[in-house]
Design a protein around this ligand. Structure first.
Ligand code: PLP
Length: 396
């Protein structure tokens, strides 16, 4: 009989570099492989299982929904959508509207269509969309074009027209990009795939102020850094900025596919009936899970706990940095951290996995930590002690 690995390797497109591990079960911050071995998950499916694996309350909501109704078209009203929309609506910085999608890329596509149509109908005149180098917004053509990293574009050209890329923290470059107007600027407050690179408060404020003055909408891609990851429900909350459009996905349904693009009422009104749609977007089961996620994560006690454990993790990582010459920088916020090495991080990731710790590497040299938001101090101790050993054991 062929193994799982053999079957997947012979049939699936070769687009993923997979680790030779087969996970069969998960609970909380732990995953169990096919031999029953336990792993501490400090990646959470890249910020997806934010309440931990197989959370009891989320699973109960899913099971209840599955027993009643799996799917019905968006041509009809869906109770679990209503519950989620009310819960999500209360998190917004303004009265807004939400379009429910299946993924991050689909949320970005929707946001791109929204801002271009807003520019068309309000007579702003420019369809230009400004994004930042090092950002990541997805793999579909619009979201890929918005992703200002050549390595992702190679061989897929021509990309969509009308996008302009600026370096993070380059105020003059942003001013130049705004010349002649723009429909929108799109950014992550912390570039996740781009090496856990936070944009500074000053730069974010400047970008938002100048975009508004130029008549451009401000779009925050909170797909990775949002939903409590930084210790606030939305990552922009502590940055002194309020966007016009927000994109979410990843952790929204704790592992089921769901995303959203959200905008102020006044902006969203340009998408009337027939202008956008999705067969599976906002499906009843994902929405049932997401209602639980949003209700739990927006709770101030939950968020302050994320900040507390995040601070604990930061201090521990700073301690490791003090002891290792291989670590150039430790950066991030809340429970989103990057350990910047002066050597490629692949070996660290592999050795951590051998030791039962799941992390990953972005931008070749940055070890990324995205533990579930329910992680405890004891689990942080466990993870950091493995990381310290592994990084300490790298050849100088
Ligand atoms: C900030 C950000 N935007 C968009 C996406 C794309 O999301 P998806 O993979 O669900 O299409 C990602 C995925 O990593 C992301 O981190």
């Amino acid at each position: 009989m062929k193994s799982v690995k053999e079957i997947v390797d012979s049939w699936h497109a070769e687009t993923y570099r997979r680790f030779p591990v087969v996970f069969e079960r998960g609970k909380g911050a732990y995953l169990y492989d096919s031999s029953g071995r336990v792993y501490l998950d400090f990646l959470s499916g890249i910020s997806v299982t934010i309440l931990g694996h197989c959370d009891d309350e989320v699973n109960e909501a899913i099971i209840r929904q599955v027993e009643n109704l799996l799917h019905v078209s968006n041509l009809f009203y869906i109770p679990s959508q209503a519950a989620l929309l009310e819960e999500l609506g209360e998190t917004l910085p303004w009265k807004g509207r939400v379009f429910l999608t299946n993924s991050g890329a689909e949320s970005i596509e929707g946001a791109l269509k929204l801002v271009r149509r807003y520019a068309s109908l309000t007579g702003n005149g420019s369809k230009k969309i400004i994004t930042f180098r090092g950002g990541f917004h997805g793999r579909t053509y619009g979201s890929l074009t918005a992703t200002a990293q050549e390595k992702y574009h190679e061989g897929f050209e021509p990309m969509l027209p009308g996008f302009v890329y600026v370096d993070p923290e380059d105020g003059e470059g942003f001013e130049r990009a705004l010349e002649g107007g723009a429909a929108a600027v799109l950014f992550e407050t912390i570039q996740g795939e781009g090496g856990v690179r936070p944009l500074s408060d000053e730069f974010l404020s400047f970008v938002c102020r100048r975009a508004r003055e130029a008549g451009a909408l401000v779009v925050c891609d909170d797909i990775q850094a949002g939903l409590g990851r930084t210790g606030r429900f939305y990552s922009f909350e502590e940055r002194g900025i309020v966007p016009d459009v927000i994109t979410l996905a990843k952790g929204l349904a704790n592992g089921l596919p769901l995303g959203a693009f959200i905008a102020r009422d006044e902006v969203f009104r340009v998408l009337g009936p027939g202008t956008h749609g999705s067969t599976f977007g906002g499906n009843p089961v994902s929405c049932a899970a997401a209602s639980v996620v949003v209700r739990r994560v927006r709770d101030e006690v939950f968020l302050s706990r994320v900040r507390e454990v995040g601070e604990y993790l930061r201090n521990k990582l700073e301690g490791v940095r003090g002891k290792s010459q291989r670590i150039v920088e430790v950066r991030g916020r809340g429970l989103m951290w990057g350990i910047v090495l002066d050597v490629p991080g692949k070996e660290v990731v592999n050795r951590c996995l051998e030791r039962g710790l799941i992390v990953n590497c972005t931008e070749e040299k940055v070890i990324r930590l995205l533990p579930p938001l329910i992680v405890t101090e004891e689990q942080v101790d466990e993870a950091v002690s493995i990381l310290e050993d592994v990084i300490g054991g790298l050849n100088v």
